[in-house]
Design a protein around this ligand. Sequence first.
Ligand SMILES: Cc1cc2nc3c(=O)[nH]c(=O)nc-3n(C[C@H](O)[C@H](O)[C@H](O)COP(=O)(O)OP(=O)(O)OC[C@H]3O[C@@H](n4cnc5c(N)ncnc54)[C@H](O)[C@@H]3O)c2cc1C
Length: 302
Amino acid sequence: MLLSQRTRFGIGGPAELYVEASSEAAFSAAWRIARSAGAGYSVIGAGTNLIVSDQGVDGIVLRFTADKISSDGTMVRAEAGAELQALVDYSIEHGLRGLETMTGIPGSAGAAIYGNAGAYGHSIDERVERVRILDGDTIRSLTAPECQFRYRESIFKEHKDWIILGVELHLTPASAAELRQTADEILKVRLAKYPAAMKCAGSIFKNLILAELPEHVRRQIPERVIREGKAPSAYLLEQVGAKGMRSGGVRVADYHANLIYNDGGGTARQLRALIDELKSRVRARFGLELEEEVQYLGFPPD
Ligand SMILES: Cc1cc2nc3c(=O)[nH]c(=O)nc-3n(C[C@H](O)[C@H](O)[C@H](O)COP(=O)(O)OP(=O)(O)OC[C@H]3O[C@@H](n4cnc5c(N)ncnc54)[C@H](O)[C@@H]3O)c2cc1C
């Protein structure tokens, strides 16, 4: 299986072995076989936040596709393979507030937990009650504090062998019509920024938490660009001439300096070269290290 067929960038070499399982029992069995064979494994979702190496990935690439969504009053449960958008739509249709600002974020519910996805001032951790995982040994549940959520971070980024199987969210009753209106307005803005066919991963870099920046950098960031206590990486990237930069088939959008897309025939090598160039320009100008929001697969550790 060529992983370019499983990533929104349309980039990535072959998986040595690729396994999709649509039930917890089948998935656990596949995972146990991988483990007892001593094969390494990695897990992917819908591939919307992934850069997969051109050489591909050793070992087994697993994808859990179980996608059931159910609710009991204000408590909503989703299996990790459910599309985040299906979960957002479900909550809106049931008159439940809490996920509507996440409308239009592509990918699976499981990966949304992994990366603590969010948009428009909210992130999924605000609503998480428990997360069901396969922790490399057994199936168990973590409470929200145990998931150690931070801005686009969670404990799962430190335990890449853990697999998220499902999530339980607590939402708040609200008017379905009002929630739909909020979601529709957000979706209109998002589709203008990220056309549906664009081969990209959304923002390449995380934004920067203003309070954590050195004073000399803070002074260079105009008040008008600060959102929710964060300095947009796009602003810093714009200052170093990122917009429109190209590396082979991949390029930075002309209208958004933190958005890189595959213009046709792009490779992971070109993507990484462009990312490295952007990081080094920001380092040279601001003395800051940008951190990727996008995740890498099949590359040797740094
Ligand atoms: C156009 C566009 C706009 C975007 N806008 C936003 C935005 O506004 N906000 C935002 O937060 N993100 C945004 N993203 C990024 C992306 O949508 C999210 O990161 C999403 O959660 C990724 O989901 P996925 O299923 O595609 O994960 P993948 O890309 O397949 O994987 C991402 C990571 O999650 C891990 N993972 C996946 N499934 C599991 C699992 N079951 N258990 C453990 N680990 C797992 C993978 O190992 C990988 O490291 C955007 C992306 C695109 C393309």
